[in-house]
Ligand binder design. Structure first.
Ligand SMILES: NC(=O)C1=CN([C@@H]2O[C@H](COP(=O)(O)OP(=O)(O)OC[C@H]3O[C@@H](n4cnc5c(N)ncnc54)[C@H](OP(=O)(O)O)[C@@H]3O)[C@@H](O)[C@H]2O)C=CC1
Ligand SMILES: CC(=O)[C@@H](O)[C@H](O)COP(=O)(O)O
Ligand SMILES: [Mn+2]
Length: 410
C-alpha cells in the first residue's frame, strides 16, 4: 500500500504538503481554498498553471510555494510577475524554484517537496504530470480524468496500490461506498449524471444550441471544457471509462442514471441487492479535501444535506438517442487500448471548434464517432504497443481527422 506521507489528521507532526497542477483553474482554486481552511493539515508545496500568470504569481506569494511552473511565461516573466504580486501585497518577494515551458507542469508534479499532487489540469496534457507524480512516489489526487482515460494501462501500471485517489465527484462517491464492502461483492456501479443544460431535448433540438447555452450548467460551476462535456454527456462517457479503470468493474456492469439535483454523486449496488450511495450538496471542496487528505476526512470541507427541509431527489433514464456519447465510449474502450485517446482528442478538438463557432453542438458527437470508427491502430501505430509514443501518434491522428472535417466544410 502506498505511503501517503503524514496523515492530515491535525495530530501529525507536520501538515501534508500539496502540489497543485492547474492551480489557477476551478479545481486548483478550490484546492487552495481547502488548504487555506485547514492549515494544521495541509500546506502548499508547488503550483503550476497555464496562461493566467498574474493569478499564478499572486498564488505563489500568498502560499509561499517552493516550486512554481508556468506553461506560457518565460522564467523572467514569471519572476517579474511574482515580484510585482509581492509588491502589490506589500510583502517580500518569495524565491521559489521556477519551471517554465511545456514540461513545467510535469516538473512541478515531480518536485520532491510534496507529499500529494492534486492534478487539476484540463485535457490529455495532464498525462505527463500524472505519470510524473506517480513516478516521483507522491500520492495523486486525480481530478484530471483525461490522463487516466487516455493513459489507461500505462497510468495503472505506474500507480502503486492506493497511490491514485479519485477527486471526480462520482468516483470519490464510489471510492467512499467501496470502503464498506469487498470488491467481490460489487454487483454494479451506477454513476449519476445531472443531464446538463439540455436534458429533455431531442437530437434535432440539440443541433441549434449555442456555446453560451452549453456553458450554463444547472448545478456545477466548472471550467469550459468539462462544462461543455457535461452538456454533450461526453463527461459522463469519460467517467464510465474512468470508473472501469479505477475500480476494475466490467463496462457492462457500469450504468448511468440522470439525477438533475446532483446530490447523490453515485452508488454501488452490491450482489445482495443492497445499494450504498454517497450524498452531499454539489461542492467540489468535499472530494478535493478527501482526495488530498486520503484516507482521512477533513471536517468542515463541505456542508451536509439539510434534512430539516422537504426536498425531492429524482432519477430518470438517460435518452441515448439524443445523447450517444456513452454508448460510443463503451464501444471505443472495448476496441483497443488507444481508442479512448482518439475519442478524447477528437472531443477536445471538437469542443474548441464549437466554441470558435466552426461547428454545431451535435457535430461534437459526430466528430468523435467518425474518428473512433475510422481509426485503425494497425495502420496508425504500425505495430507499436501501448506507450507514450503510440498515444501521441493516436492523438495526432485523431486531431487531424477531426480538423479535416471542418476544413473540408469551408
Ligand atoms: N471543475 C470541476 O468542478 C471538476 C473538474 N474535473 C476535472 O478537473 C480538471 C480541471 O477542470 P477545471 O478546473 O474545471 O478546468 P479549468 O479550465 O478551470 O482549469 C484548468 C487549469 O489547467 C491549467 N492549464 C492549462 N494548460 C496548462 C499547462 N500546459 N500546464 C499547466 N497548467 C495548465 C489552467 O491554467 P490557466 O487558467 O492559467 O491557463 C487552469 O489552471 C479537468 O480534467 C476536469 O474534467 C473533474 C470534476 C469536477
Ligand atoms: C463535479 C463533477 O464531478 C463533474 O464531473 C460533474 O459530474 C459534471 O456534471 P454532469 O453530471 O452534468 O456531467
Ligand atoms: Mn464528475
Amino acid at each position: 500500500m502506498h505511503d501517503a506521507g503524514p496523515g492530515p489528521t491535525g495530530a501529525s507532526s507536520r501538515p501534508r504538503r500539496v502540489t497543485l497542477i492547474g492551480s489557477t483553474g476551478s479545481i486548483g482554486t478550490q484546492g487552495l481554498d481547502v488548504i487555506a481552511a485547514a492549515p494544521d493539515r495541509f500546506a502548499v508545496a508547488g503550483l503550476a498553471g497555464g496562461s493566467n500568470t498574474g493569478l499564478l504569481a499572486s498564488q505563489a506569494v500568498a502560499t509561499g510555494a517552493g516550486a512554481v511552473g508556468s506553461a506560457s511565461a518565460t522564467t523572467d516573466e514569471l519572476a517579474t510577475a511574482i515580484a510585482a504580486a509581492a509588491r502589490a501585497a506589500g510583502v517580500r518577494a518569495p524565491r521559489p524554484e521556477l519551471f517554465t515551458g511545456p514540461t513545467a507542469a510535469a516538473e512541478v508534479a515531480a518536485w520532491e517537496g510534496a507529499d500529494v499532487v492534486l492534478n487539476g489540469i484540463t485535457g490529455s496534457i495532464g498525462l505527463a504530470p500524472t505519470l510524473a507524480a506517480l513516478e516521483a512516489g507522491h500520492l495523486l489526487a486525480l481530478a484530471n480524468k483525461e490522463s487516466l482515460i487516455v493513459g489507461g494501462a500505462l497510468v495503472k501500471r505506474a500507480a502503486a496500490p492506493g497511490q491514485l485517489v479519485p477527486v471526480d465527484s462520482e468516483h470519490s462517491a464510489l471510492a467512499q461506498a467501496l470502503r464498506s464492502g469487498t470488491t467481490t461483492e460489487v454487483g454494479r456501479l451506477v454513476l449519476t449524471a445531472s443531464g446538463g443544460p439540455f436534458r429533455g431535448r431531442t437530437r434535432d433540438q440539440l443541433a441549434s444550441v449555442t456555446p453560451a447555452q452549453a456553458l450554463a450548467h444547472p448545478t456545477w460551476d466548472m471550467g469550459r471544457v468539462i462544462t461543455t462535456n457535461s452538456a454533450s454527456l461526453v463527461n459522463k462517457a469519460l467517467e464510465v471509462i474512468e470508473a472501469h479503470l479505477l475500480f476494475d468493474v466490467d463496462l457492462d456492469a457500469i450504468d448511468v442514471v440522470v439525477h438533475p439535483q446532483s446530490i447523490v454523486h453515485s452508488m454501488v449496488e452490491f450482489t445482495d441487492g443492497s445499494t450504498i450511495a454517497q450524498a452531499s450538496p454539489p461542492d467540489m471542496r468535499l472530494p478535493i479535501a478527501l482526495g488530498i487528505g486520503w484516507p482521512h476526512r477533513v471536517p468542515g470541507a463541505g456542508r451536509g444535506v439539510d434534512w430539516t427541509r422537504a426536498a425531492t431527489w429524482t432519477f430518470e433514464p438517460l435518452d441515448e438517442d439524443a445523447f450517444g456519447a456513452i454508448r460510443l465510449a463503451k464501444q471505443a474502450a472495448a476496441s483497443s487500448s488507444t481508442h479512448m485517446a482518439v475519442y478524447n482528442a477528437a472531443n477536445e478538438e471538437a469542443v474548441e471548434a464549437f466554441h470558435a463557432g466552426r461547428i454545431g453542438f451535435t457535430d461534437i458527437e459526430d466528430t468523435i464517432r467518425a474518428a473512433v470508427e475510422d481509426y485503425d491502430p494497425a495502420t496508425v501505430l504500425a505495430g507499436e504497443e501501448l506507450s507514450l509514443t503510440a498515444l501521441a501518434a493516436a492523438e495526432a491522428w485523431a486531431r487531424a481527422a477531426a480538423r479535416s472535417r471542418w476544413m473540408q466544410a469551408r
